[in-house]
Design a protein around this ligand. Structure first.
Ligand code: ZN
Length: 340
């Protein structure tokens, strides 16, 4: 193990862009199949396919199909609770101290499942696991942007109901082309009026104008991905001036073919422009990655120092939707690891 890998493994971490449904690893899939033979063989074939293809997807649509496969195994509140516990155990192994996990609340509603029963199960599981593992999580309820404003407003209704019980933000994900930002300005405004934070996936499959719209029309406080912002110095300046952090997910971007290789991620461009960048795993099980791996790859590809790697984690701690004193505690833990 190289010095930086040893350092990265013990570094306290903060993860801000992480989908519960994309975190189901093969062993969790097997647990969720409940031994149903037809499901077990489907899962084994699916897992083998992912591995054979090196966790790469020919198109964004292919990735969405894989995401849907994971979602269909989550049938009951107990399934969601199990997925939460297994994810948190995995995060604890990587020394993640705080995570904001995105629940695809829009998908739960679309499947006509009981969002209140599911969230209450997930929340109880996360409190129990968090106390046991020394890890805290909060939740982001994500709407499907191509389902439109009314769908997003329904997700907001549920997010605001659970605001004092661990839901910190409303987010939108999905197809940026079919769900442009101008549809959601009013809903995002309502979310802020409810005391929720707001985040938006943008600049992943669309150009920098999508990031500009997420900032100017939605007033999103953080941008999921924001990859294509690197192409436009004016959008970079906007992010810097408004202090809006990007939730970077290079491994995810490589997996769905948005960049050819990890080394093509514009990390240096973001750092040099003074844009606040964080690294995250997005859908770690679907992309064969983890936050530890994202940091290790970044250290290796971009020759980052221990201080720079810690700086990425500090950016995430500062960008977290937490009270200031809790951010300071995380920052102190990260600093301590650098000095140790
Ligand atoms: Zn995402």
């Amino acid at each position: 193990m190289s010095l930086s890998e040893e350092f990265i493994s013990r570094l306290p971490k903060v993860e801000l862009h992480l989908h519960l449904e994309g975190s189901l690893r093969p062993e969790t899939f097997r647990e969720l199949s409940r031994g149903r033979n037809s499901m077990v063989s489907k899962i084994e074939r699916w897992v083998l396919d992912r591995q054979k293809q090196g966790y790469r997807y020919a198109t964004f649509g292919d990735f969405i199909e894989a995401f849907k496969f994971a979602v269909q195994l989550l049938e009951t509140p107990e399934d969601y609770a199990l997925a939460t516990v297994r994810l948190m155990e995995w995060l604890a192994e990587q020394n993640v101290k705080y995570a904001e996990i995105t629940l695809a609340a829009g998908v739960v509603l679309w499947k006509q499942q009981s969002l209140d029963r599911i969230y209450e199960a997930v929340r109880a599981a996360s409190l129990e696991a968090g106390a046991r593992l020394g890890l805290r999580v909060n939740w982001i309820f994500d709407a499907i942007r191509h389902f439109g404003a009314e769908h997003t407003r329904e997700v907001l209704h549920w997010a605001s109901r659970y605001r004092s019980e661990g839901v910190v933000a409303l987010g939108v994900g999905g197809d940026e082309v079919r769900g442009p930002a101008n549809l959601f300005g009013a809903v995002f405004c309502e979310a802020r009026d409810c005391g929720l934070h707001t985040v938006a996936h943008a600049g992943e499959t669309c150009g920098p104008e999508s990031v500009r719209d997420a900032v100017e029309l939605l007033k999103a406080e953080r941008i999921g991905h924001g990859l294509t912002a690197a192409r436009d110095p004016e959008v970079m300046a906007l992010l810097r001036e408004r202090g809006i952090p990007l939730e970077g997910c290079p491994g995810s971007n490589v997996s769905i073919g948005l960049i050819p290789a990890f080394g093509d991620y514009p990390l240096r461009t973001f750092l040099d422009a003074g844009v606040t960048i964080t690294l995250n795993s997005d859908d770690p099980a679907l992309f064969g990655t983890s936050i530890g791996q994202e940091l290790s790859m970044a250290a290796a590809e971009f020759l980052l120092s221990a201080d720079q790697i810690a700086g990425l984690c500090e950016n995430a701690a500062r960008a977290a939707f937490l009270p200031e004193d809790e951010k300071q505690q995380l920052l102190a833990q990260i600093r301590q690891a650098v000095l140790a």
